[in-house]
Design a protein around this ligand. Structure first.
Ligand SMILES: *Cc1c(COP(=O)(O)O)cnc(C)c1O
Length: 404
C-alpha cells in the first residue's frame, strides 16, 4: 500500500486546497513532476521564484554559504545582513532595514514601526492604520485585521483593533477617514491576492501628498509587486514618489524564506533595542541568497528585459482576450504581474491551463494571475500562449457541448 497514488492518511493540516501534483525538480521556468511530466510554471510559487528554479547563481551562492555558516543570532553582527541592507538602501528610498522571514512578518513589522514612530514622538494616540478593500497583508492577526477580510478572521477570536478600511481608491473617501488617531496608510501599489489591481500612479502621488498634509506615514506593501515584478525594482517607482515604510518578501528570497521592512532614517530609528526581533530574521544563509537575487535583478538590462517581455506577452494576451471574449474579459496589473479578468469561474480556467501544462494562480474579483519568472525567455512565453489557446479551445468546446 505505498506508491504515489495509493490512499494514505495525511498528517498535514487541511488548511490548503492542493492540486493533485507533486514536483520533483525545477529548472528555469519549468517544473517536472515525480512522474516525469513537465509543467511551465507561471505561478512561480506565487511571485517568489524571481529567477525561476535552480538558477545557477543562486545554487552557487546558497551552496557556498551553506559550507561556511548558516545561522547566527542577531546577538552578533552579521556581515551578510549588512551587505543586503546596503544594497537595498543604495537602490531605494530606504536608510534602515529590519529582516524577517515572510511577508506577514514584514507587514507586521511595518505596522509596529508605523505606530512606534508616533509613540516615540509623543503621539501615543496615533495608532490607526487605514488600508483598502481588497488588500492582503498576510495571515497574522494584525495583518488580517489590517486587510479586513471578515472571512479570513472568522473563528479566530478578537482581532487587533486600530484598523480601518477605505472602500475604494478614492482620495476624498480616504481623507474623510483621517482623524487624530491616524498613524498612517497601508497599501499595495499593485494589489495581488485582491485581483491584480494596479492602484495607479496618480493615486500613489495623491497618497503621498495626503500623508504629508496630515503628518501621517505612508506604508507600502510590496511583498508581491516588489523586486522587479512590475519592471522597476519597486512598483512605486513608476509613480516617482517614495513611502516612509515598505514591506518586502516573496521575490527577494527567490524561493528562500526572507522578508524585510525598509524605512527612512527618521522612521526606522525609533526601533531601538528591545522593541522588535526575529530569531531567524536576516541570517547569513537567507541574506546571501537575497543579495544574489538582488544582484541579478540589478544587472544592466535585466529590468528593461522584464519590461520588454511584459510588452510582448501582454500583446499576445490581448489578442487571446479578443478572440475568447466568452472566457476572458480584460487584462490587469503591471509588468510581469499579470491579471486576466475571467468570464468563466477563474478556478475552472486555472484547472484547464494546468491540464494544458501551464501553472497559474487564482486571485480575487474572478481574476487569474500569470507570474512568470522575471528572467523568462520569449520561447517560454510562446509556449504559454499556445497553452492558453489550447485551454481556451477546450473550455469553449466544453461550453458548446453543454449548450447543445
Ligand atoms: C503574500 C503576501 C503577503 C504575505 O506573505 P507571506 O509570506 O505569505 O506571509 C503579504 N502582503 C502581500 C501583498 C502579499 O502578496
Amino acid at each position: 500500500m505505498s506508491g504515489p497514488n495509493s490512499p494514505r492518511t495525511s498528517h498535514i493540516m487541511p488548511n490548503y486546497n492542493r492540486a493533485d501534483l507533486r514536483f520533483a525538480r525545477g529548472d528555469g521556468a519549468w517544473l517536472t513532476t515525480t512522474e516525469g511530466e513537465k509543467y511551465l510554471d507561471f505561478g512561480s510559487g506565487v511571485a517568489v521564484n524571481t529567477l525561476g528554479h535552480s538558477h545557477p547563481k543562486l545554487v552557487q551562492a546558497i551552496t557556498a554559504q551553506a559550507q561556511k555558516l548558516w545561522h547566527v543570532s542577531n546577538l552578533y553582527e552579521i556581515p551578510e545582513q549588512e551587505a543586503l541592507a546596503d544594497s537595498l538602501c543604495e537602490n531605494s528610498f530606504a536608510e534602515l532595514v529590519f529582516f524577517g522571514n515572510s511577508g506577514a512578518e514584514a507587514a507586521e513589522g511595518m505596522i509596529k514601526t508605523m505606530r512606534k514612530y508616533h509613540a516615540a514622538h509623543g503621539h501615543r494616540e496615533k495608532v490607526t492604520l487605514i488600508s483598502f478593500a481588497g488588500a492582503f497583508h498576510g495571515r497574522t492577526l494584525a495583518a488580517l485585521a489590517a486587510a479586513g477580510n471578515p472571512a479570513y478572521l472568522d473563528g479566530f477570536g478578537p482581532a487587533p483593533t486600530g484598523f480601518v478600511q477605505c472602500p475604494s481608491f478614492d482620495i476624498g473617501a480616504l481623507e474623510a477617514l483621517i482623524d487624530d488617531t491616524t498613524a498612517g496608510i497601508l497599501i499595495e501599489p499593485v494589489q495581488g491576492e485582491g485581483g491584480v489591481r494596479d492602484v495607479g500612479t496618480d493615486f500613489l502621488r495623491a497618497l503621498r501628498a495626503l500623508c504629508d498634509k496630515h503628518d501621517i506615514l505612508l506604508g507600502f506593501d510590496e511583498v508581491q509587486c516588489g523586486i522587479g515584478r512590475t519592471g522597476k525594482l519597486f512598483a512605486h517607482e513608476w509613480a516617482e514618489i517614495t513611502p516612509d515604510v515598505m514591506a518586502i518578501a516573496k521575490g527577494i528570497g527567490g524561493g528562500f524564506p526572507l522578508g524585510a521592512v525598509l524605512t527612512t532614517q527618521a522612521v526606522g530609528e525609533v526601533m531601538q533595542p528591545g522593541t522588535h526581533g526575529s530569531t531567524y530574521g536576516g541570517n547569513p544563509l537567507a541574506c546571501r541568497v537575497g543579495s544574489t537575487v538582488l544582484d541579478v535583478v540589478l544587472e544592466d538590462g535585466f529590468l528593461a528585459q522584464v519590461q520588454d517581455m511584459a510588452v510582448y506577452f501582454r500583446q499576445h494576451l490581448a489578442r487571446i482576450i479578443d478572440e475568447y471574449s466568452d472566457i476572458f474579459a480584460g487584462l490587469r496589473g503591471s509588468g510581469l504581474m499579470i491579471g486576466l479578468e475571467c468570464v468563466l469561474p477563474n478556478m475552472d480556467i486555472v484547472t484547464a491551463l494546468r491540464e494544458a501544462k501551464l501553472l497559474s494562480v487564482g486571485a480575487g474579483e474572478n481574476t487569474l494571475r500569470l507570474l512568470p519568472p522575471l528572467n523568462v525567455e520569449k520561447a517560454d512565453l510562446d509556449t504559454a500562449i499556445a497553452a492558453i489557446d489550447t485551454a481556451c479551445q477546450t473550455l469553449r468546446e466544453a461550453q458548446t457541448g453543454e449548450a447543445s
